[in-house]
Design a protein around this ligand. Structure first.
Ligand SMILES: Nc1ncnc2c1ncn2[C@@H]1O[C@H](COP(=O)(O)OP(=O)(O)OP(=O)(O)O)[C@@H](O)[C@H]1O
Ligand SMILES: [Mg+2]
Length: 318
């Protein structure tokens, strides 16, 4: 079942975290975190600095043990079937490990040999095309730009045909053009290879443009999860902010005072209410019947930034 044209198959889960907790020195860094990534989606992992993104990713790829909870990758538990689980993961957690004095091609051949799995020349060619490095392959890595190194790192992570690519803050240090390129080919990768991609970031703008869904964490805790669809008209199963412009704001407030609908903001002739879709006509009817003149009704679509700020109560963002 596809619940969303860009959101992947809800029944086809590639990675699942169940109640993952990490405590170091009595401090809870990750607190009972659960989420899952669907096949073929670009999943954003958003949180302010120090929220616990890198810590979570390190546990997902088996670089750090968890205190409790489970990470399941393609049905394999990272804690006791690490190599089976990792066979499906391509990741860049810290800087990609590259040999600067070798060409891009030699680097890839080296990692292909190291992967312990036979990797054909065709596969290498295919990946190189995908990350648009075909023209730079005979250059030494020391002459690569940061964006090119990033792409070579991703090519290397993709060699063994993983079902999920995990990238910790992949746009760090890239210029706007590099960020745009990365965004474009990550989206293409998800679409053409049906690969899932988890990207962490502390930048909302980036996640908003790149991802199908986003998970927001703060202080190691789950804060929220959202589907990001630039064309969405709001989710019918969730309350939305509805802004009304009325003739007499005070009168409208009195009319609404004894109802179940709460005014979340008001200023002069403008009132904002948090309403379920089906309540909108009822509220309008109630106001009109009680003599409130209604000049405008509009849905206020919260941006991811509004959502993030209200969810994290002003958590640091950039
Ligand atoms: N080995 C460790 N021992 C103790 N505390 C740690 C350790 N590693 C990370 N932390 C703490 O855990 C918290 C989460 O850190 P983490 O690096 O996972 O955050 P992050 O979301 O990746 O932040 P950033 O956006 O800055 O990369 C921070 O408070 C950090 O100081
Ligand atoms: Mg980090």
């Amino acid at each position: 079942m596809w619940d969303h044209e860009r959101g992947g198959n809800v029944n086809d889960i590639v990675v699942e975290l169940k109640n993952v907790t990490k405590i170091i020195g009595g401090k809870t860094l990750i607190d009972n975190l659960s989420f899952s990534v669907r096949r073929g989606e670009v999943y954003g992992f958003l949180g302010p600095n120090g929220a616990g993104k890198t810590t979570t990713i390190r546990m997902m790829v088996g670089l750090m043990a968890m205190t409790s909870g489970e990470v399941i990758i393609e049905g394999h538990n990272v804690a006791n079937e690490r190599s089976k689980a990792m066979a499906h993961v391509g990741a860049i957690v810290e800087n990609p490990e590259l040999y600067k004095f070798m060409t891009g091609k030699k680097n890839l051949l080296h990692f292909a040999r190291m992967s312990g799995k036979p990797i054909s020349q065709e596969r290498i060619d295919e990946i190189v095309k995908l990350v648009e490095l075909d023209k730079a392959l005979d250059k030494k890595v020391k002459n690569y730009s940061l964006g090119m190194r990033q792409r070579l790192g991703i090519a290397q992570a993709l060699l063994h045909n993983p079902s999920i690519l995990i990238l910790d803050e992949p746009t760090n240090g890239l210029d706007p053009a590099g960020i745009r390129e990365l965004r474009d080919y990550l989206r293409r990768l998800a679409k053409e290879e049906n690969i899932s991609i988890l990207v962490s970031s502390h930048l909302l703008s980036e996640i908003e443009l790149m991802c199908d869904r986003v998970l927001i964490i703060q202080n190691g805790k789950f804060v929220g999860e959202r589907v990001l669809d630039p064309n969405a008209e709001g989710n019918a199963t969730e309350a939305r902010s509805i802004q009304l412009r009325v003739g007499d704001g005070e009168h409208a407030k009195t009319v609404l005072a004894d109802t179940e609908w709460n005014i979340t903001a008001s200023a002069g002739s403008s009132l904002t209410l948090l309403l379920m879709n089906e309540d909108i006509p009822t509220v309008i009817e109630h106001l009109v019947r009680n003599g409130v003149k209604l000049y405008e009704v509009r849905a206020v679509t919260p941006t991811l930034e509004d959502t993030f700020l209200s969810m994290t109560k002003g958590g640091h963002i950039q």
